[in-house]
Design a binder for this molecule. Structure first.
Ligand code: NAD
Length: 514
């Protein structure tokens, strides 16, 4: 009988450019044993990293921030090679990563500082209270393919700032950017607390099994599998999952801005953004005007593969499977009575699908119920604000939404009725660029949040409570043995006085009064 050596990588993974299919690199398909070995090495290096403290870690994180800026072109090249994004979209990922590394490097000292809460009652006043933040030793960051450099960079900086070591498992569709991200950390000579493991779902599952905390970004389907496994292992996880973001255009909106913002919010990165606008509800009085403007904007988009010329607005879809989903949603909608206003089909080259606007759609169609993750904008006419809110909330997803209105009070009132983790008023994506806000999905769009200032660092920590006597101690505390009637009367008297109000503090319970 032949046995397979589990420490040897299975067949390598070929990485292809989605626009022309050419192979742009290969990476190993790491076995569970290789993942476990990488986690062991990270675990060994982590205590020294934690011991550096936030100030010491800041030095390395800021050096890495410099590396990101100095290598922005190199990063864009790799991102573009494996995604075929337009140069503009590919060029954003490095600087965005630099912004996040810089923010957490500089703020970590404050975020990680011990807290000293005030005792909740005079009875516990004799103790000085402290909450200290101790990192999970090894955090696994599992990421999708839509922002192969930017996505890992959302979650790695706060984990490193917290003092954790990090194992990145990038998508098997676009692993080269993740490999470069970690290579950069090594190039600056930083401590060996950031590593990458490449492979498909099996490698990801091994990461879940080996690390101490799982940060997952990807589909709701995979999120459920990870949540189940994390549940079995009683391992904390944070899940950033799929979305079906609604845009609500109210009759008092600046229609030009709404039509430009929604065209960008729906088509940026070919619609492959978790917080893409995926459905649009427009109040009846402005529906025709808005649709005409939106259609014109979408028709003007230039689609193609632009190298470093910044010539195109929209690129290809990442995989043939993704192209098939988009095509199915459009075809099913049309078969059920929808009308294609523009686009509506693959262009016939690579994984390109023409930017599409659909009308005559309803809530029974897959283009409204399922996440499309492609360049499609189904538009629905609604009678009023109430109908827009009801339809926007009629979804299993709850990631984010946009509201377009000339009246900020009205827009905020609508925002507060939407069942989503973030609402951008008169803009798309802006919450994502504000690291002091939490980003997380409601309903099946996720569990937990990323960012949110200190919360992003605290989530990678176990909080430890420490009590210390504030006043000189005696031989025994009041409650310690031996018990006696006298001690009970005295102790319970004090307890009553600190746990009740009014006359009850003094042992009197007035009849008929609450
Ligand atoms: P995916 O779920 O197929 O894969 C994501 C990652 O999980 C990949 O690295 C994959 O190898 C890994 N994986 C697969 N099976 C696994 C398993 N059993 N255990 C552990 N890891 C496993 O998602 P995708 O197709 O790469 O990405 C698209 C999805 O990501 C969309 O649904 C999109 O909305 C979502 N997304 C969400 C956010 C957010 O912040 N909410 C951001 C970007 C993308």
């Amino acid at each position: 009988m032949t046995s397979v050596d589990p420490t040897v990588n299975r067949a390598d993974i070929e990485v292809r450019n989605p626009a022309d299919g050419r192979v742009v690199g290969t990476v190993p398909n790491d076995s569970p044993d290789i993942v476990a070995a990488k986690v062991r090495a990270l675990r060994a290096a982590q205590p020294e990293w934690e011991a550096l403290g936030p100030k010491g870690r800041k030095v390395w994180m800021l050096r890495y921030q410099d590396w990101l800026i100095d290598n922005a072109g190199r990063i864009a090249d790799v991102v573009q090679a494996e995604t075929s994004k337009p140069r503009m979209d590919a060029s954003i990922e490095g600087p965005a990563a630099a912004d996040i590394f810089g923010f957490y490097a500089r703020r970590a000292e404050r975020f990680m500082a011990d807290r000293h809460p005030t005792p909740h009652s005079p009875a516990v006043f004799p103790k000085r209270l402290a909450v200290v933040y101790r990192p999970y030793p090894v955090v696994g960051v599992i990421t999708p393919w839509n922002f192969p450099f930017g996505m890992p960079a959302l979650d790695i900086p706060p984990a490193l700032a917290a003092g954790a070591a990090v194992l990145l498992k990038p998508s098997e569709v676009t692993p080269l950017s993740g490999v470069l991200l970690v290579q950069g950390w090594k190039e600056i000579g930083a401590p060996p607390v950031l590593e990458v493991t490449t492979g498909a779902g099996g490698t990801g599952a091994a990461v879940v099994d080996s690390v101490d905390y799982v940060q997952f970004t990807g589909s709701t389907h995979t999120g459920r599998i990870i949540a189940q496994r994390a549940g079995e292992l009683l391992k904390p996880c944070s899940l950033e999952l799929g979305g079906k973001d609604a845009a609500i255009v109210l009759a008092d909106a600046d229609l030009d801005r709404a039509a430009h913002g929604i065209a960008w919010g729906g088509m940026f990165n070919s619609g492959q953004v978790c917080i893409s606008v995926e459905r649009v509800y427009v109040e009846a009085p402005v529906y025709d005007d808005f649709l005409a403007k939106l259609t014109r904007n979408v028709e003007e988009l230039r689609q193609g593969q632009d190298g470093d010329s910044f010539r195109f607005d929209v690129g290809a879809l990442a995989t043939p499977a993704q192209l098939a989903v988009v095509k199915r949603h459009v075809d099913e909608a049309v078969a059920a009575g929808a009308t294609v206003v523009t686009g509506g089909r693959p262009t016939g080259v690579g994984n390109f699908f023409a930017p599409t606007v659909l009308v005559d759609v309803d809530h029974s169609m897959s283009c409204i119920r399922e996440e499309t993750f492609g360049p499609t904008l189904p538009v629905i006419k609604v009678a009023d604000e109430a109908e827009a809110i009801r339809l926007a909330n009629d979804s299993e997803f709850g990631l984010s939404a946009t509201v377009w209105s000339g009246n900020k009070t009205r827009a905020a009132r609508v925002a507060r009725q939407l069942e989503v983790g973030a609402v951008n008023i008169n803009d798309a994506f802006s919450n994502l660029f504000n690291f002091t806000l939490p980003m997380g999905g409601w309903k099946t769009s996720g569990i937990g949040t990323r960012f949110g200032g200190a919360a992003a660092v605290h989530k990678y920590c176990r909080s430890q409570a420490i009590t210390t006597p504030r006043i000189p101690t005696t031989q025994k505390e009041l409650l310690w043995y031996p018990y006696s009637r006298r001690k009970a009367l005295f102790t319970l008297g004090i307890l009553r006085s600190v746990t009740s109000r009014g006359l009850r503090k003094f042992g009197v319970s007035p009849r008929g009064r609450q």
